[in-house]
Design a protein around this ligand. Structure first.
Ligand code: NDP
Length: 502
């Protein structure tokens, strides 16, 4: 499997039909380590022809893979999960070099990925259809779930392996083949998985990776009519383009898009737990998560005490080398993103924001990397850009509220609807929040809790479709109805009877 030592200064080709394939384009793109700010390997800058090679391979393999018995597919996926666990340290190191995630966090995450593949392996042979009583004697009606065909997977840079796996598990378990286009900034782990897929005994062509730029490689993938479904994780703006392309050839979409999640603290919240939950909600992974609790609403009775505690905790966060055990926050994964964060905070200041902590890049010893301080702002109105738009960095805005009615209106005042958190000891209030807030996941007295057994996915402009759980197995399958007439009447008679009944 690819490792940091073998990748350093190398050109990584595409993984197509079970082998490394140089791009027909003959073009390459450098990939950077955000901690050093230096390029460390190159990926193929694939063109339309490269994408077509990959889809050809996936389409050929589709006929075979869908015929492999679900129990056997499950067995291969279980082996893939085990291989991921066996190579956890090397995969964790790759992700850390590629996007600056904490090594500690990556080790834990990859452990969960192995369990996740195990879950979908177990689900492969449990997607039952149904038999349906109909109003005709001696006619059996039943449904089966079958694979969609070739699934295109497009992933962002913030959690590359995690976001690949939540589609890969159910898509392969249901008998689909895939073509993956990872982010140009973080392609190493998706490529590394190719060899593990082969070692797991999964046939060539079932898993393919074409790297390159979104506007060219990604666009070509979404336009090809052989793609039955596009599983896209990324920004709302790109998701909209993907959905337009998919509509042209009636491909299904699963869109996991942006968020601007409210994390809401009532006066009666369990105070220390709420502080911890709000800190983790916005600063975990440097705020580079779709579920970041970036709108922090605090009830007026505890506002000043809560803000003091929050600010002290933000100030204590240790930035540094993501490989070091003591580091609590690493760099921003992408250079343009660092600029975007700076620009949005500057605009917020011009709109009257008061900076409680942070608001800049840190000093000298971290200057070579792409760091931004944990930042807390206040004094902004609900319509300020930074309250309404996703920053995708370590920036939270604290805002006061009076009562439950006002809070629910504020929480819903966003074009996004991915997640929302509430901190209170009043059960009725928590349940009303869960019912009335428009978000795909609601957390009560916790934040960022996720499990591969529980469906996750946004509402509104955060997208549609679900990852995780049996719900995601349904996402990557289609229902076929079959009717069998065993009444010994002539086929024409059956057709006539059905016609009469419509
Ligand atoms: P982008 O939307 O810019 O990119 C996501 C992926 O789409 C990348 O692989 C990108 O390629 C590709 N892409 C870009 N343009 C096109 C196009 N025209 N056609 C097809 N593919 C294209 O998002 P980021 O990578 O910047 O990721 C951050 C965003 O992802 C945030 O907004 C965040 O909220 C969202 N996100 C959502 C999650 C969720 O579960 N809801 C989870 C994680 C992130 P390339 O990078 O190579 O240009």
């Amino acid at each position: 499997m690819l490792k940091i030592e073998t990748i350093q200064d190398q050109r990584l080709s595409n993984w197509v039909d079970g082998a490394w394939r140089e791009p027909a384009s003959k073009r390459w793109i450098p990939s950077f380590n955000p901690f050093t700010g230096q390029p460390w390997y190159s990926i193929a800058d694939s063109d339309t022809q490269d994408v077509q090679f990959a889809i050809d391979a996936a389409a050929r393999a589709s006929a075979l893979w869908r015929e492999v018995h679900a129990i056997e597919r499950g067995g291969m996926l279980r082996r893939l999960g085990q291989l991921i666990a066996d190579n956890a340290e090397a995969l964790a190191q790759l992700e850390v070099h590629d996007n600056g995630k904490l090594l500690r966090e990556m080790r834990a995450q990859i452990g969960v990925l192995a369990e996740q593949f195990d879950y979908f392996a177990g689900a492969a042979d449990k997607m039952e259809g149904s038999t349906i009583p109909i109003n005709r004697r001696d006619v059996l009606a039943y449904t089966v779930r079958e694979a969609l065909g070739v699934v295109g997977i497009i992933t962002p840079w913030n959690s590359p392996l995690y976001q690949l796996s939540w589609t890969l598990g159910p898509a392969l378990a249901m008998g689909n083949t895939v073509v993956v286009k990872p982010s140009e900034h973080t392609s190493a782990s998706a490529l590394a998985i190719g060899e593990l897929v082969a070692q797991a005994g999964i046939p060539a062509g079932v898993y393919n990776v074409v790297t390159g730029l979104g506007a060219t490689t990604g666009d070509a993938l979404t336009r090809d009519p052989r793609i039955a479904k596009i599983a896209f994780t990324g920004s709302t703006a790109t998701g909209r383009k993907v959905a337009h392309n998919a509509a042209d050839h009636f491909a299904q979409c699963n869109l996991e898009l942006g968020g601007k999640s409210p994390n809401c603290v009532f006066d009666d919240a369990p105070f220390e737990r709420a502080v911890n939950g709000v800190v983790a909600g916005i600063f975990a992974a440097g705020g580079q998560t779709c579920v970041a609790g970036s709108r922090i609403y605090v009830q007026k009775g505890i506002l000043s005490r809560f803000v003091d505690a929050l600010t002290a905790r933000a100030a204590a966060i240790r930035l540094g080398d993501p490989r070091a055990e003591e580091t609590q926050m690493g760099p921003v994964a992408v250079h343009d993103q660092l600029h975007k964060i700076g620009r949005m905070v500057k605009a917020a200041r011009q709109q009257g924001a008061q900076v409680l902590h942070g608001g800049k890049q840190p000093g000298a010893e971290l200057a070579q990397g792409w760091f931004y301080e944990p930042t807390l702002l206040t004094g902004l109105s609900q319509d300020a850009e930074i309250v309404q738009e996703e920053v995708f960095g370590p920036v939270g805005v604290v805002m006061p509220f009076e009562d439950e009615g006002e809070l629910i209106a504020l929480a819903n005042d966003t074009r996004y609807g991915l997640t929302a958190g509430v901190w209170t000891q009043d059960l009725d209030r928590a349940m009303q929040f869960a019912k009335r807030v428009e978000a795909g996941t609601i957390w009560v007295n916790t934040y960022r809790a996720a499990s591969f057994t529980t469906p996750m996915g946004g509402f509104k402009e955060s997208g549609y479709g679900k990852h995780y759980g049996l719900e995601s197995m349904r996402e990557y399958s289609r229902v076929k109805s079959v009717m069998v007439d065993y009444s010994r009447t002539t086929p024409d008679a059956f057709v006539m009877r059905v016609r009469e009944s419509i």
